[in-house]
Design a protein around this ligand. Structure first.
Ligand code: ZN
Length: 268
């Protein structure tokens, strides 16, 4: 009778399991030796076997997991606490390698679970207002130039609308009280750091009848006092920190830092 290869292999395996105890260490050592000599081949064979028996293996490990759940959890906790650095490093590496996959998966998940995600987000946000503020701040600092450029472009395209909205805000209760606070802070800063007498300012103003920012001729009486480093940005009310500008340049400069004593003739 001719036996097929599978049958022979299965007999061999049965024989092995029957005689495992009897043969013991000797057989295992031989198997180990064989494995080390033919590592590549063995690994390929193992891989093929695993692929073939995937479902069985998954069922087996799930069963094992269920049976020893608490033990397994305790063990992984212990393992994690001992190998924290290593695991975190590996995890970070994995995240980096699979960034594209994670992004795509997250996008799909969010798209199909929108309401769940939003509810969760709102819940988290209401519990962590400080974190939200900090995150916003970080985000802003990172993309400062981009945001500024964008809002500038929006302003230029919708000037009338922006001006009307600002005016409305200034006349609202919030706007009025914000303006009061600003004014208060400003006069406080002037009081605390101020060392400029009217005479000093007049000397500076009357030196030349010219705006230092646009370079235009302006009557001395119409030049306004500008703080190079704005008071709101920590500038002081001292002679070193002031320059004469025309009214329109001064309001355009707003709360920006710009010293025209050094670089005149340049526009913002
Ligand atoms: Zn000017």
């Amino acid at each position: 009778m001719v036996r097929s290869k599978e049958e022979i292999n299965s007999f061999k395996l049965q024989w092995y399991h029957k005689n495992k105890e009897r043969l013991g260490e000797r057989l295992r050592a031989r198997a180990r030796e064989y494995y080390h000599k033919n590592k590549d081949l063995c690994q390929i064979k193992i891989k093929i076997w695993r692929e073939k028996n995937r479902a069985r293996l998954l069922a087996y490990s799930a069963e094992q997991y269920r049976a020893n759940r608490s033990k397994k959890i305790a063990y992984s906790r212990l393992y994690y606490s001992k190998n924290k650095e290593k695991i975190n490093h590996l995890h970070r590496e994995w995240l980096k390698e699979n960034a594209e996959h994670i992004r795509r998966y997250g996008k799909e998940y969010r798209a199909s679970n929108r309401s769940v995600v939003n509810t969760r987000k709102r819940g988290w946000a209401s519990k962590n207002p400080d974190k939200i503020r900090l995150m916003g701040k970080k985000q802003y600092e990172k993309n400062k130039d981009k945001y500024k450029e964008r809002s500038r472009a929006y302003y230029l395209a919708n000037r009338e609308e922006c001006l009307a909205r600002n005016k409305k805000w200034r006349q609202s209760d919030v706007g009025r009280s914000a303006f009061k606070v600003k004014k208060h802070n400003r006069s406080k800063r002037i009081r605390e750091t101020g060392k400029i007498s009217t005479k000093d300012w007049l000397v500076i103003r009357n030196t030349s009848p010219m705006c230092l920012m646009c370079g235009k001729f302006v009557e001395c009486e119409k030049l306004t006092l500008d703080h190079i480093i704005p008071l709101s940005k920590g500038g002081t009310h001292t002679i070193e920190n002031i320059q004469p500008l025309c009214f329109s340049c001064n309001s355009r400069k707003h709360a920006r830092v710009r010293d025209n004593n050094e670089s005149s003739q340049k526009r913002i």
